[in-house]
Design a protein around this ligand. Structure first.
Ligand code: FPP
Length: 275
């Protein structure tokens, strides 16, 4: 955190926001729906793919900011299972861009002690992209800083379906199995990552777009009107400042014990007349 403050211009809004953060309550896991690339390009009368290219700068800046802040995990929605429906040229550009990013950023990932991971139906990726992805994952596997997690050919429903199918496959002799929340959570692509604390969506739309459906159960949501290619460190700081103002109750009430027994409360209700 101090390292982060040191690089900011003193007196500016970024350093004011950063100084107001409580380092003890930073989100451990942030996920981002990087939306608005197409609109960014259209507003400049440029082809949509220019917006995706410009989005890579934002990816780099946000990753470096998370490293400096000491966030544990950052999950970025790079390509959804639905994105295949886009025009072929755009889909091809997205794959090319992803591969380029992986090759170009490796040094930067290593320098920042970032460990790369990927979630999604990765078997369906173009073979050449999968190969570069695997090589980059391998090359950064020993890093123990930020876990940068790219969601590629990812769908939240598909992830839950995959987890349940895995439970069924693991059942000895195909016996019927009891499914628990724990059983599903531990078979999601995100198993092993900290619980999701903050989901950010750029470019103003109030949708979750099939992203991390299970994991967002108790995450805080932050939507900004900034289009993804314009998203910068200051936007991340604003999101975290707002996150720290939220009262996270996880379905309970503040000041209530985590394991507060429901029984005495229910006994009170049971004693009410009018059953
Ligand atoms: C959504 O914007 C964005 C995507 C489908 C792709 C996101 C990809 C990048 C930011 C670049 C590559 C990523 C990495 C990790 C290197 P949109 O096209 O739906 O925007 P629109 O809603 O304005 O049309």
């Amino acid at each position: 955190m101090q390292r982060f403050l040191d690089v900011l211009k003193p007196g500016g809004e970024e350093s004011r926001l950063a100084a107001s953060l409580d380092p003890e309550r930073l989100p451990r896991h942030i996920a981002i729906i990087m939306d608005g690339n197409g609109r960014w390009a259209q507003r400049r009368l440029l082809p949509r793919v220019t917006g995706h290219r410009a989005g890579v700068t934002a990816v780099r800046e946000v990753t470096e900011a998370c490293v400096a802040l000491g966030v544990d995990a950052l999950t970025l929605y790079a390509f959804s299972v639905e994105n295949w429906k886009r025009p072929r040229a755009e889909v091809e550009t997205l794959w090319r861009l992803l591969r380029q990013y992986l090759r170009q950023e490796l040094d930067c990932l290593l320098k920042n002690n970032v460990r790369l991971g990927a979630i999604g139906r990765l078997d369906a990726l173009p073979a050449i992209v999968r190969q570069t992805l695997n090589e980059t994952i391998e090359a950064t596997a020993k890093n123990d800083g930020l876990r940068l997690n790219l969601a590629i050919n990812y769908g939240g429903r598909a992830e839950i379906v995959d987890a349940i199918n895995q439970i069924i496959r693991e059942s000895p002799g195909g016996e019927p199995v009891a499914i628990s929340e724990e059983a599903i959570t531990s078979r999601l692509y995100t198993a092993g990552l900290p619980d999701l604390d903050l989901l950010i969506r750029s470019s103003g739309e109030m949708r979750v777009s099939n992203f991390l459906l299970w994991q967002i159960a108790y995450a805080e949501l932050h939507v900004t009107n900034t289009l993804w290619p314009d998203f910068r460190r200051i936007d991340l700081l604003r999101a975290i400042v707002e996150y720290q103002k939220r009262d996270r109750r996880f379905g309970g009430l503040n000041g209530m014990l985590d394991d507060a027994p429901a029984e005495p409360v229910l006994a009170e209700v049971a004693a009410l007349p009018g059953r």
